[in-house]
Design a protein around this ligand. Structure first.
Ligand code: GEK
Length: 256
C-alpha cells in the first residue's frame, strides 16, 4: 500500500543525519546566512525545527499537485533544497506522465536532493543547479516556491513571478509559501514571539535564535500578506487563496 503523505514526510525527516547546531556557540561576528555544505548537512532538522507546519505543507504540496497536475506537463520545485516538495509530488503522481524539475542554486543542496530522489525511486527528476531567475518556465501545471521567494531581493520578486506566470498552463497552480511580516507592529511582534516560542520548544537556545536571526537579517526579507497578494495580482495571477497559516508562515495558491 502507498504510504500517506504524512508518513512519507516523517520518513523524510527521520532520514536527516545531523542535528542543527550551527549557531549553538557564540560567534564574534555573524556572517550572512548561505546555503552551503554545512547547512545542507543539517537542513532537514533545521527547517523542521524552525518552520511551524513545514511537514504539513510538504505533505499537502503532494495533495495539491495530485489535484492540479496535468498529464504531459512540467512541475517545478524552485529553490528545492533537499527536494522534499519534489518527493511529495512525485509520490502522488507516479501514475501520471509529468516531468518533475527541481531547481536550486546551491550545489551542496542539490547533491543531497539527488540522493533523496534515488532513495524514493525518482531518478527521472530533472535537477538544475542555477538561479531560479535564469530558468525558463514552460508548459507548467504546478510551480512550487516553498520558502524561496523570500530570499530574492524585493525588487526582483515581481519579474520572477511574471516569468513563472508566462510559463504556466491556464489550469495550473503556483504554490507560494513564505515567512511573512505582520500587518502592523503589534501583529508582527505577536507572530515573532510565537515563532520564537516554537523554536524554543524545539530545543533552540536564546543564543541560537538570536544569532540565526542576525544571520538572516538582510538575506530573508519577509513581507505582509497584502503585499504578496498585490504582487501576485500584478504578475497576472487572477485568483489568490491563502490555504495555510501558522504564526508568521503562510502558503498561498495562485491561479494564472
Ligand atoms: C523545501 N523549498 O524544503 N535561485 C535558486 N535557488 C535559490 C535562490 C535563487 N535565487 N535563492 C535561494 N535559493 C525547500 C526549502 S529553503 C528555505 C527552501 C529556507 C534556494 C536556497 O539555496 C535554498 O536551498 C532554498 O532556496 C531556500 O521545501 O531555508 O528557509
Amino acid at each position: 500500500m502507498k504510504k500517506s503523505p504524512f508518513i512519507m514526510v516523517m520518513n523524510f525527516m527521520s532520514s536527516s543525519e545531523s542535528r542543527d547546531q550551527l549557531y549553538a556557540r557564540r560567534q564574534d561576528k555573524i556572517d550572512s546566512f548561505v546555503f552551503d555544505q554545512r547547512v545542507a548537512a543539517v537542513f532537514s532538522d533545521m527547517i523542521s525545527r524552525s518552520v511551524p507546519g513545514y511537514a504539513s505543507i510538504i505533505g499537502m504540496i503532494g495533495i495539491l499537485a495530485r489535484k492540479h497536475a496535468v498529464a504531459h506537463s512540467n512541475l517545478y520545485d524552485l529553490g528545492c533544497s533537499l527536494g522534499a516538495a519534489t518527493v511529495s509530488m512525485g509520490r502522488e503522481l507516479a501514475d501520471r506522465d509529468c516531468c518533475l524539475i527541481a531547481v536550486d542554486s546551491s550545489q551542496a543542496m542539490l547533491e543531497k536532493a539527488g540522493e533523496l530522489f534515488a532513495r524514493h525511486d525518482l531518478s527521472a527528476v530533472t535537477t538544475i543547479c542555477n538561479d531560479i531567475r535564469n530558468v525558463k518556465i514552460s508548459n507548467a501545471s504546478v510551480v512550487v516556491l516553498n520558502f524561496t521567494l523570500q530570499f530574492l531581493a524585493v525588487d526582483e520578486r515581481l519579474s520572477l513571478l511574471k516569468n513563472i506566470h508566462a510559463g504556466m498552463l491556464d489550469e495550473g497552480v503556483l504554490i507560494l509559501s513564505e515567512k511573512i511580516a505582520g500587518q502592523d507592529e503589534a501583529e508582527d511582534q505577536l507572530l515573532m514571539e510565537l515563532h520564537h516560542a516554537f523554536k524554543r520548544a524545539n530545543g533552540y537556545s536564546e543564543l541560537e535564535i538570536s544569532q540565526k536571526r542576525a544571520a538572516l537579517e538582510e538575506v530573508l526579507v519577509p513581507e505582509t500578506i497584502a503585499v504578496h497578494r498585490e504582487r501576485l495580482s500584478k504578475a497576472g495571477f487572477r485568483r489568490v487563496d491563502l490555504w495555510f497559516q501558522c504564526f508568521n508562515f503562510v502558503s498561498f495558491i495562485a491561479r494564472p
